[in-house]
Design a protein around this ligand. Structure first.
Ligand SMILES: CC(C)(COP(=O)(O)OP(=O)(O)OC[C@H]1O[C@@H](n2cnc3c(N)ncnc32)[C@H](O)[C@@H]1OP(=O)(O)O)[C@@H](O)C(=O)NCCC(=O)NCCS
Length: 329
């Protein structure tokens, strides 16, 4: 899709809760070990929210940083889109609470559910609005409090996830002069609906004593199926985004932080120098929709993103869903 108005990423920000949870914490109540978790996933620790802390509060912290970086006020925002599967409540949207916190009274607000692809889905949606001239400033967020939705009796999944939020402000590239979005893609395969799911709590199986006792309100993951899909998907997304450019033009690949081994296998297939791949899963685990913007923000603040070089973002998750973006910084 060719943009009518080129769109830029004017500012990025992120937030991770203060509480650090090392792998050893799980050893106290699960048959697992730090060694197994590090070797199979690359995760050493993750952040969990404190009592009373929630998704909208993390969104606000990340949003304020992104808006400072972009030099934008709440009143200037035309839209706020939050990608999340762990909202404060089933309804209304987290985006409405962000609106109040930022005084963004002119913004249309909604959440979208694209799991770990949530941030990229929000970003691609925002890009389309700005490219079409229907909005000028949009705040997009990916944020999750998965610590409240993971099953701490399931050692195969609970060790994987962490909490956090990431945000970006998009505007016409002519207004910000950086982060030009050159290419994007979104895709889905609903045949994989049950690979990653929260089976109860919706219209199909509303909450009952039985669903609670069966722990069906928690996240269920078929890890091995995700593994195969994820290696292939990171590789194909990066190839698609890079088409027509060379590895020399690239300064950073920001993949969804799903598992260190998955990222390494995909990178090996692609022949990308490992130092161009942004990995912070060791410190945050898989933060779902927050993972790409959290890693992008780290790459920006640590100076790994170079002016006029290319950045590729690649994410995938429940749905199944996936998304990619190529940005010239
Ligand atoms: C979950 C994941 C780490 C499991 O790693 P794996 O190498 O595929 O391991 P397996 O599932 O084959 O399990 C191997 C063994 O380790 C055991 N195991 C699983 N979790 C364990 C844990 N936390 N500690 C110790 N042993 C564990 C399994 O029970 C299994 O034991 P068995 O051989 O006696 O049956 C990996 O598949 C993964 O990262 N998948 C994708 C993650 C994901 O789905 N993310 C969410 C969507 S984005």
């Amino acid at each position: 899709m060719s943009s009518i108005i080129p769109v830029g990423i004017a500012g990025v920000g992120s937030y991770a809760p203060e509480r650090v949870v090392p792998n050893a914490w799980f050893e106290e109540f699960l048959d697992t070990s730090n060694e197994w978790i590090v070797q199979r996933t690359g995760i050493e620790e993750r952040r969990f929210v404190a009592e009373g802390e929630n998704t909208s509060q993390m969104c606000l912290a990340a949003a304020r940083r992104a808006m400072d970086a972009a030099g934008t006020t709440g009143e200037e925002l035309d839209m706020i889109i939050v990608g999340t599967v762990s909202p404060d409540q089933q309804l209304p949207a987290v985006a409405n609470l962000v609106q109040v916190g930022l005084g963004a009274k002119n913004a249309a607000c909604f959440d979208l559910n694209a799991a770990c692809t949530g941030f990229l889905t929000a970003m691609v949606t925002a890009e389309a609005y700005i490219a079409a001239g229907r909005a000028r400033r949009i705040l997009v967020l990916g944020a999750e409090t998965l610590s409240r939705f993971i099953d701490f009796t399931d050692r195969g999944s609970c060790i994987l996830f962490g909490d956090g939020a990431g945000a970006a402000v998009l505007m016409p590239h002519a207004d910000c002069g950086q982060g030009e979005i050159l290419r994007t893609t979104l895709g889905s395969d609903g045949e994989g609906y049950s690979v990653i799911e929260m089976p109860a709590g919706g219209s199909q199986r509303p909450a009952t004593h039985e669903t609670v006792e069966a722990r069906d309100h928690f996240l269920k993951v078929r890890g091995r199926d995700v593994y195969r899909f994820a290696v292939a998907k990171i590789a194909s997304l990066v190839r698609e985004m890079l088409e027509g450019h060379t590895l020399d033009d690239l300064c950073a690949v920001v993949p969804h932080q799903v598992n260190r081994r998955i990222i390494d296998s995909a990178v090996e297939k692609l022949d990308i120098p490992p130092d161009k791949v942004v990995v912070n899963i060791d410190r945050y685990g898989n933060t779902s929709a927050a993972s790409v913007p959290l890693a992008l923000d780290e790459a920006l603040t640590s100076g790994r993103v170079e002016k006029d070089k290319l950045v590729i973002m690649a994410a995938f998750g429940a749905g199944l869903s996936w998304g990619g973006a190529l940005v010239r910084w």
